[in-house]
Design a binder for this molecule. Structure first.
Ligand SMILES: *[C@@H]1O[C@H](CO)[C@@H](O)[C@H](O)[C@H]1NC(C)=O
Ligand SMILES: *[C@@H]1O[C@H](CO)[C@@H](O)[C@H](O)[C@H]1NC(C)=O
Ligand SMILES: *[C@@H]1O[C@H](CO)[C@@H](O)[C@H](O)[C@H]1NC(C)=O
Ligand SMILES: *[C@@H]1O[C@H](CO)[C@@H](O)[C@H](O)[C@H]1NC(C)=O
Ligand SMILES: *[C@@H]1O[C@H](CO)[C@@H](O)[C@H](O)[C@H]1NC(C)=O
Ligand SMILES: *[C@@H]1O[C@H](CO)[C@@H](O)[C@H](O)[C@H]1NC(C)=O
Ligand SMILES: *[C@@H]1O[C@H](CO)[C@@H](O)[C@H](O)[C@H]1NC(C)=O
Ligand SMILES: *[C@@H]1O[C@H](CO)[C@@H](O)[C@H](O)[C@H]1NC(C)=O
Ligand SMILES: *[C@@H]1O[C@H](CO)[C@@H](O)[C@H](O)[C@H]1NC(C)=O
Ligand SMILES: *[C@@H]1O[C@H](CO)[C@@H](O)[C@H](O)[C@H]1NC(C)=O
Ligand SMILES: *[C@@H]1O[C@H](CO)[C@@H](O)[C@H](O)[C@H]1NC(C)=O
Ligand SMILES: *[C@@H]1O[C@H](CO)[C@@H](O)[C@H](O)[C@H]1NC(C)=O
Length: 841
């Protein structure tokens, strides 16, 4: 039987704990491999421990495979002890899953946005001297690496690794910790704890991928980065000077903001290229014309076919020579000239069937321009000029000043940020952060990252104009806030990500009581809520809907339960903050708006027939996971509704986990999302603690998630990275194939759920003092349902220190003697008390 948390007595206890070991683990100076294989292609079972020392690559043993044991990131390097002949060429591949190494492009490329990283997962080095050769580019995340000798010579390596660009400490040395009598749980807790270290970055650690010089921008092969100033240009003529350093030079026109999706051109030179250059894809001295993201297809990023144009016989593109390249857009195509010699007219009708308008453009003439050569190429770009159709000059840029970096969104990161994933997209997706922020709090204790993300959102909050008050949902860490208007609508869409930010803000407040930060942004917060209300609450249905909106939590559907209930969760939490900031008028208005949303949902979207909250008005017979999860969390559901909704979830279980809704068909490529199931997991605990839903109802679902689904991300060696994944297929493999991010904090909810509800150390509103305080209050009926005998761990405290806690049932005790021994202690913070609540088994 459940006991409401409100009826429990609070009392403080200060136990002493003696047995905790807290290793102050430093981060390694370099990430080194733990195992290797020398010979041909590796088999995952044939690796040997790597202890350093010399390894020789030659014709008989041309491939080296390295396993780093878990996700690492940074600047890849090799230490060369000797090289025979003038130079040796080696191709290095990086991959999260082991099977990436078998692909020509490994688990890449990541040609979606320029994320201050190497857009490619293979790179080639021409090594002529001993000592260290380090990549210019960061590889954000991988467990695996291979090094293949391409030329007929020998090369002896004395070292290999990654120079970290962020800190990844051993999980057991973090201020937060969790362990329990079920051995499956600690590795699952650790997933989130590693991922927030791999995906959160200190300021100044992710250098620009361009080098602006007095001779223009030097751009190595990478995904083209676009000018924020070209957003509204169309039918223009782009002219620039360029000098190839290796392979070729590349640019796009009429492309989308953010993704630079659009027509992509390369001029390849007749100079030397590496031995592994694909001469079918990249013939020399040629105009190469692609469309979309890039010149190869990558899983969900599809690009149009590539066309090739010979250069006129009078024109040769040589390395180290300047050329003036012109691209004139008209309604039928792109006329490309070099030094006033016409090279080709590339017709645009060919591209039209390949335009996927979801990526940001739906015509062939309009949109910004960008620069970026292809794999292993490098070129300078300077003296850019854009002329409008009427001949007037609308843009000039020598490309020699530091302002280039922010205009093209490739500036060195100037603040602490958490990205969606370590390897990709490396974009600040604020919706993902509603899990990430809480994982940080429960593991690394890096509340400063949450604070920095909140500052970022308000710096970028849209000024008076079409999106007045909205915050960005997918900022680039290299972009400048002064250009924010160029990113509307591209980065102010996916509309419920705005609502997730309300959770980020209020969850942060709950963890910290940081009135200063919330007060500083209280006007911005109120403006955001006002905008979300005016813009998205449909006057007829009272639910969230707006033509053209995309609701992530409802697979795009309008008038849906989940986004509406999510808004209610945010408003409920904000009303508490408003009260604590002594703004009772705002508190009342948020409480009343939340009640209206609740009533709109209960009247229109609770389906007695279905026995659950329905997906949306147009899907009244469809069950949705988040419709029920968020209705529980928002307190919209009563006990009966919550119970029935949870029982109905069995409709959504497919092979190993729960799919988002019954509107999604079953199949081997159905994505099972750890992000969505993470929200469900918390709601199951809340259903029990706040709505008295019986443990018998919630425990089987929790067991599905924690005992069966999440361990798939731990116990498959060929895929595991020590981090949670972006998606999972029903067979337990990564859920977008090779492209899946295998280090995605959004999948790591169990890290904070274990701390909050199983260890039982969490923040709760103390009615007496009307402030958030620490409680030690495991959800006994659920932990007993999970069969646990003990749990221990640490919860980091905002402002310093941590709480150590442990509970344990006496061995063999049964019935009313089965009472846990509970100990909790605050370490390193004199201002904090923990209220240990009575056992009520
Ligand atoms: C470019 O021309 C097309 C017609 O070909 C027109 O629809 C479009 O509005 C023009 N773009 C701009 C920015 O003028
Ligand atoms: C590789 O380095 C050697 C020695 O410096 C040089 O002669 C050769 O041109 C380089 N090859 C490429 C493709 O850069
Ligand atoms: C080289 O490029 C061609 C054309 O895109 C492609 O069909 C082929 O698979 C590529 N080869 C390798 C080894 O990637
Ligand atoms: C990508 O796939 C589509 C559909 O199969 C095909 O039309 C197109 O040519 C491919 N693009 C590239 C760059 O290979
Ligand atoms: C192309 O034009 C540039 C001036 O824009 C000039 O410096 C260069 O020499 C020209 N190249 C050739 C090969 O004519
Ligand atoms: C676009 O430019 C090409 C090349 O100059 C020309 O042949 C074509 O007629 C132009 N299209 C239109 C609609 O003006
Ligand atoms: C596509 O075109 C329509 C108008 O035809 C416009 O409203 C919409 O914003 C465009 N979409 C994009 C992504 O540019
Ligand atoms: C917030 O808004 C109020 C009322 O418009 C104004 O008086 C106050 O200065 C604002 N505070 C901040 C911090 O911007
Ligand atoms: C939402 O539902 C209301 C009431 O049925 C309807 O009037 C409105 O058009 C819907 N909005 C959208 C965007 O579908
Ligand atoms: C829901 O109703 C639609 C038509 O109204 C139907 O096509 C669909 O199969 C139904 N789904 C379920 C799960 O019954
Ligand atoms: C819970 O909600 C359902 C559906 O609106 C209603 O039928 C039931 O009476 C409610 N139960 C309680 C205890 O309020
Ligand atoms: C799904 O099944 C199809 C047909 O059997 C197969 O071709 C495909 O590779 C499978 N995909 C996955 C991800 O298992």
């Amino acid at each position: 039987m459940g006991v409401s948390s409100l009826s429990r007595t609070l009392f403080s206890l200060a136990f002493t704990l003696s047995t905790f070991k807290f290793a102050e683990g430093g981060s390694p100076a370099v990430h080194s491999p733990v195992a290797y294989y020398l010979g041909g292609p590796a088999s995952i079972n044939g690796l040997e421990p790597y202890k350093g020392g010399h390894v020789k690559l030659d014709a008989s043993s041309p491939v080296l495979t390295f396993d780093y044991g878990a996700e690492v990131g940074g600047f890849p390097f090799v230490e060369v002890a000797s090289v025979s002949g003038d130079a040796a060429q080696i191709e290095i591949k990086y991959s999260e899953p082991f099977d990436g190494l078998a692909n020509p492009m490994s688990d890449g490329p990541y040609e979606f946005v320029n994320g201050l990283m190497n857009s490619f997962r293979t790179e080639t080095f021409n090594i002529s001297k001993t000592g260290r050769t380090e990549s210019f580019f960061i590889q954000g995340g991988q467990r695996w690496q291979s090094i293949t000798l391409l030329t007929n010579c020998s090369l002896t390596l004395s070292g290999v690794g990654f120079r970290p660009s962020n800190t990844i400490k051993p999980v057991d040395s973090l201020p937060g910790a969790f362990n329990a009598s079920d051995a499956k749980y600690h590795p699952v807790w650790s997933l989130g704890a590693r991922s927030v270290q791999a995906a959160c970055l200190e300021p100044g650690t992710q250098p620009s991928t361009w080098e602006v010089t007095s001779d223009g921008a030097f751009i190595r092969g990478q995904y083209p980065a676009q000018s924020a100033l070209g957003k509204d240009f169309g039918n223009y003529t782009l002219t620039f000077s360029t000098k190839v350093v290796r392979g070729g030079t590349g640019w796009k026109v009429a492309g989308a903001m953010s993704t630079s999706y659009g027509p992509y051109f390369l001029l390849t030179s007749n100079g030397p290229t590496y031995a592994n250059t694909n001469s079918t894809l990249m013939p020399k001295n040629t105009l190469v014309a692609g469309f979309g993201f890039t010149f190869v297809n990558q899983t969900i990023l599809e690009s149009g076919p590539v066309r090739y144009y010979d250069l006129p016989s009078s024109l040769t593109i040589s390395d180290d020579e300047w050329y003036r390249v012109t691209t004139a857009i008209n309604s039928t195509g792109y006329l490309i000239s070099v030094n006033d010699t016409q090279v080709a007219f590339v017709d645009s009708a060919f591209n039209v069937p390949h335009i996927l308008s979801g990526w940001g453009i739906n015509d062939t003439t309009d949109g910004t321009f960008s620069f970026g050569p292809y794999l292993d190429q490098a070129a300078y770009v300077k003296d850019v000029e854009v002329k409008a159709q009427n001949g007037s000059v609308i843009y000039t840029n020598s490309m020699t000043t530091n302002e280039v970096y922010k205009e093209y969104s490739i500036a060195t990161n100037d603040r602490k940020v958490c990205l969606d994933g370590a390897k990709r997209d490396r974009v600040v997706w604020i919706g993902d952060f509603s899990h990430t922020g809480r994982i940080l709090a429960a593991s690394s204790g890096r509340f400063d990252y949450v604070e920095s993300m909140i500052e970022l959102e308000f710096d970028w909050q849209y000024p008076p104009g079409p999106a007045y008050g909205l915050v960005p949902i997918q900022s680039f860490m290299g972009a400048g806030a002064k250009y924010r208007e160029a990113f509307y609508p591209s980065q102010f869409g996916e509309d419920d990500y705005q609502h997730f930010f309300l959770l980020v803000l209020t969850d942060y407040y709950k963890l910290t009581n940081d009135k200063a930060l919330l007060s500083k942004h209280w006007n911005g917060t109120k403006l955001l809520v006002q905008t979300l209300t005016n813009r998205y609450v449909d006057p007829v249905s009272g639910l969230l809907a707006r033509p053209g909106s995309f609701w992530f939590t409802a697979q795009g559907f309008q008038n849906a339960t989940a986004p509406t209930a999510l808004f209610a969760v945010g408003l409920n939490q904000l009303a508490e903050v408003a009260t604590q900031l002594n703004d009772s008028a705002t508190a009342d208005s948020y409480t009343s708006l939340s009640a209206k949303l609740a009533s709109a949902i209960n009247h229109q979207l609770w389906s007695d027939e279905l026995g659950a909250y329905a997906l949306c008005l147009d899907g009244l017979n469809e069950t949705s996971l988040l419709a029920n999860a968020f209705s529980i969390r928002a307190g919209i559901a009563n006990t009966t509704q919550a119970t029935r909704g949870i029982q109905k979830l069995s409709d959504l279980f497919y092979k190993i986990g729960y799919k988002d809704s019954s509107a999604i068909p079953n199949g081997n490529t159905t994505q099972l999302s750890p992000n969505i199931q993470g929200f469900l997991l918390e709601s199951l605990f809340l259903a029990h603690t706040q709505l008295n839903v019986s443990a018998d109802v919630v425990v089987p679902v929790i067991k599905d998630l924690l005992d069966f689904y999440w361990p798939k991300m731990v116990n498959q060696n060929q895929y595991s990275t020590g981090c949670p994944w972006e998606y999972v297929y029903p067979d337990g493999s990564p859920g977008i194939g090779i492209f899946t991010s295998l280090c995605h904090p959004w999948g790591g909810a169990p890290t904070y759920i274990f701390n909050d509800f199983v260890l039982g150390v969490r923040r709760e509103l103390d009615q007496k003092s009307n402030s958030y305080q620490w409680v030690f209050d495991p959800v006994w009926e659920i932990v007993e349902g999970l069969g646990l005998e003990w749990a221990n761990g640490r919860a980091p405290i905002f402002g310093g220190g941590h709480i150590e806690a442990e509970w344990r049932f006496d061995k063999g005790a049964k019935g009313k003697n089965k009472k846990p021994n509970m100990k909790a202690k605050v370490v390193g913070n004199k201002d904090i008390h923990v209220h240990v609540k009575n056992y009520h088994g």
